[in-house]
Design a protein around this ligand. Structure first.
Ligand SMILES: Cc1cc2nc3c(=O)[nH]c(=O)nc-3n(C[C@H](O)[C@H](O)[C@H](O)COP(=O)(O)OP(=O)(O)OC[C@H]3O[C@@H](n4cnc5c(N)ncnc54)[C@H](O)[C@@H]3O)c2cc1C
Length: 216
């Protein structure tokens, strides 16, 4: 067994497509977690788990993750083919990507929006701002829900299609004058996280106010 002893087997109850290539995978929730935490997931106790942010609310009856299969990846293509009734192995939730601030800006690209979805669906959205980026409009995951939840505090950015802010999330961040006490939570690829962090620091935001979760 390559999974920790605390890992348990659960049954998949949903595996739905989202956007061009995204998947929304769910199982029955019988554990507590803090929004922003991750779980290790695998289809086989002999295959090391990969990390995924919990994307559902912490009072929802199902636990869910949002992921995109990586073409050359070992696990994610397998996860994308699972059907209800299949079994997966789940580690206990862990991680410290937790937003305890009252006022913050969330920045996400691709499936990096997952922890913010968990936070919003757990009642933590308040007056927070979400800057969400994707290449294509349909990969702005849960865009309608964000529009309803956050109104003008939701900024969608797209690099290959028109209709929302034209460009990367970093271009949007650069176009704004942020109060110096703003806290930022960044989640997605290392490229986005590094670019956004460098940019915010160059704008005078203290390093200590920038928290990041890097997926790859
Ligand atoms: C803390 C943390 C949280 C994560 N949360 C999520 C999440 O909520 N949703 C999600 O989709 N992924 C998430 N990931 C990435 C996930 O753990 C896997 O790395 C991903 O699903 C690929 O696994 P694999 O076994 O298919 O690929 P592997 O065989 O393990 O790796 C193949 C290669 O793909 C690269 N890679 C990983 N993810 C991507 C990607 N999205 N696009 C392009 N290349 C990639 C890896 O760097 C590696 O070089 C998270 C990673 C970490 C560290």
């Amino acid at each position: 067994m390559k999974v920790p002893a605390s890992t348990k087997s659960v049954m998949v109850c949903q595996n739905l497509p989202r956007g061009k290539r995204g998947r929304w995978l769910s199982w029955e929730r019988d554990f507590d977690f803090l929004p922003g935490q991750i779980v290790g997931v695998t289809d086989d106790p002999n295959r090391p788990p990969r990390w995924y942010s919990l994307a559902s609310g912490n009072k929802d009856s199902w636990a869910s993750i949002l992921f995109t299969p990586v073409d050359s990846g070992e696990l994610s293509p397998i996860l994308s083919r699972l059907v209800p009734g299949d079994r997966i192995w789940i580690t206990p939730p862990q991680g410290s990507f937790l937003d305890k601030k009252k006022q913050a800006v969330w920045v996400a690209t691709g499936t990096g929006v997952a922890p913010f979805l968990a936070m919003a669906r757990s009642g933590f959205a308040g007056t927070r701002v979400l800057v969400q980026g994707a290449r294509y409009l349909e990969d702005l995951y849960f865009r309608e829900e964000w529009q309803k939840r956050l109104g003008k505090n939701y900024i969608a950015c797209c690099t290959r299609e028109q209709g929302v802010f034209d460009g990367r999330v970093t271009r949007y961040l650069e176009s704004q004058k942020w109060p110096m006490d703003t806290h930022f939570f960044l989640c997605g690829s290392s490229e986005m996280v590094v670019d956004a962090r460098d940019l915010l620091i160059s704008q005078g935001i203290p390093f200590s106010q920038i928290v990041a979760e890097v997926y790859f």
